[in-house]
Write a protein that binds this ligand. Structure first.
Ligand code: NDP
Length: 247
């Protein structure tokens, strides 16, 4: 097992990519602490799936856009094994609109959750990881943060911002044996993308050289690699998991 006796915090683990990451971590022997905004029964299902691998798992209701709730999340995580080895900033939302119609609230809520939420979590995790001189941080960005996308200036700003934070933190924390990397998924089948009409999905498929949509598990396996000892010499990188979409 690649992550035996590690403790991981994974934000937004109640469904989609976050759940797949939690379950893959548990399979590799890590204890898992996840959080969600609203979906408590879905989060409990994630916990159940993790516990089937014999690890500790807990789900905490914590809105990552609220620093005081992020503090509670990390306090809960420290209760499990007294430490935190891994942080995955996965929680994310979209509020798409063309720029002329985009409201301040639509812009701010996406930045608050996707970008500031990741910052609050990294700040909490960094203190623990620096003291133990070990840590693995993975931030979930997006192909949209690399290439941009019409109707998503808010989301693209948050996901491009995550890449800048990831690289800055890699430089800041490398001397303490802490790596910081980003994963940039392409078009992954989750609730976030299920609402897209079929004709939009068909157009998107034409942009994917591997000719299929990605699964949450495709993303989770890349994250497992990045937080494992096999990736000990990789930091400040953005790994695209997108079937070639960003080429
Ligand atoms: P989903 O919408 O399926 O799940 C989002 C998760 O984030 C849920 O667990 C949700 O909890 C949680 N969440 C949302 N807002 C908050 C918040 N304020 N505080 C805590 N938890 C929150 O998304 P995906 O699985 O599709 O996406 C996961 C990540 O991957 C996101 O960052 C997304 O931007 C990124 N991504 C996704 C792609 C895709 O094609 N699906 C492509 C590229 C990137 P709750 O259930 O309580 O709402």
């Amino acid at each position: 097992m690649l992550l035996e006796n590690r403790t991981a915090v994974v934000t937004g683990g109640s469904r989609g990519i976050g759940r797949a990451i939690c379950v893959a971590f548990a399979r590799e022997g890590a204890n898992v602490v996840t959080c969600y905004a609203h979906g408590s029964s879905a989060a409990e299902e994630t916990v159940k799936l993790c516990k089937e691998f014999g690890v500790e798992a807990v789900a905490v209701q914590a809105d990552v856009a609220k620093p005081e709730e992020v503090k509670c999340l990390f306090a809960e995580a420290k209760k499990i094994t007294g430490t935190i080895d891994i942080l995955v900033n996965n929680a994310g939302i979209t509020r798409d609109n063309i720029i002329l119609r985009m409201k301040d609230e639509e812009f701010d809520s996406v930045i608050d959750t996707n970008l500031k939420g990741a910052f609050y979590c990294m700040r909490e995790a960094a203190g623990v990881m620096m003291r133990k001189r070990y840590g693995r941080i993975v931030n979930i960005s997006s192909v949209v943060g690399i290439k941009g996308n019409a109707g998503q200036v808010n989301y693209a700003a948050s996901k491009a911002g995550i890449i800048g934070m990831t690289k800055s933190l890699a430089k800041e924390l490398a001397s303490r044996n802490i790596t910081s990397n980003a994963v940039a998924p392409g078009f992954i089948t989750t609730d976030m993308t299920s609402a897209l009409p079929d004709n939009v999905k068909d157009e998107l498929l034409k942009e994917i050289p591997l000719g299929r949509l990605g699964s949450p598990e495709d993303v989770a396996e890349a994250v497992v690699f990045l937080v494992s000892d096999n990736a000990a010499y990789i930091t400040g990188q953005v790994i695209s998991v997108d079937g070639g979409m960003a080429i």
